[in-house]
Design a protein around this ligand. Structure first.
Ligand code: SF4
Length: 229
């Protein structure tokens, strides 16, 4: 049982960091590209790769589907050497999917679908799992599904929500279950929580050597108190 409520976490992080910055676009297709352009890269590098793609294609599915392989490979390599070839292919596959299945307008298609259908539609894109699909639905204000990414998940686990498992999906599910009934109820609150938790995981609650001594959540954190490893 965590020692702190979600509302207190968000209030504390909000005082620490101010208004969190979101991704560069709130269009669902652009958010898929945002996931795919980089891997294990920091936000600055990811943004550079995304801007390169934007400059080359305008982020339009038609232009990405028709882009030379060399262009997409240049973008993917800018976002990191790991799996660059695969990620270049995935950018093109995603563009083709938007054109062939969603008439070129993913946003409109998602809005027409029930939530379960929209989730499934997003999971059909390469590199988009269930948490990623929920994040896109949340950030685009298509469905109020709370979601975190890996940084936010780490923060919540250390604070005492859920249980860490070897399997990321099990850890994720256990944190979501632990948060039930304690979540913000509107888009603004959920998006703010998502972005602040992510930022805190990047800035202080890092994977190795979290900076607990200066963390404002320190007094109510299981990890800092020594109850979690
Ligand atoms: S006290 Fe340490 S482990 Fe806990 S949230 Fe802050 S940085 Fe993370």
């Amino acid at each position: 049982m965590p020692r702190i409520r979600v509302a207190e976490i968000i209030e504390t992080l909000s005082r620490t960091y101010g208004e969190p910055k979101g991704p560069p676009s709130l269009d669902p297709f652009h958010l898929i590209l945002w996931e795919q352009v980089a891997y294990l890269a920091d936000d600055a590098r990811r943004l550079e790769a995304y801007r390169l793609l934007e400059k080359a294609t305008g982020l339009r599915p038609e232009a990405i589907a028709a882009a030379p392989r060399s262009t997409l490979l240049r973008v993917a390599r800018h976002g990191g050497a790991i799996a660059a070839e695969d990620r270049a292919s995935r950018l093109k596959e995603s563009a083709v999917l938007v054109l062939s299945r969603f008439g070129g307008d993913l946003r409109a298609a998602l809005r027409r679908l029930p939530v379960a259908g929209a989730r499934k539609a997003l999971r059909d894109f390469p590199m988009i799992g269930e948490p990623g699909a929920d994040r896109i639905l949340l950030l685009t204000r298509t469905a109020p599904l709370f979601a975190v990414e890996s940084n936010g998940l780490r923060v919540l686990l250390r604070l005492g929500f859920g249980t860490e498992h070897r399997d990321y999906r099990r850890s994720y599910q256990s944190v979501m279950t632990a948060m039930e009934g304690d979540l913000p109820s509107d888009y603004e609150g959920m998006i703010s929580a998502h972005l602040l938790l992510r930022l805190h995981g990047q800035e202080m609650c890092k994977r190795t050597k979290p900076v607990c001594s200066t963390c404002p959540l320190h007094p109510k954190c299981d990890y800092a108190i020594g109850l979690r490893s």
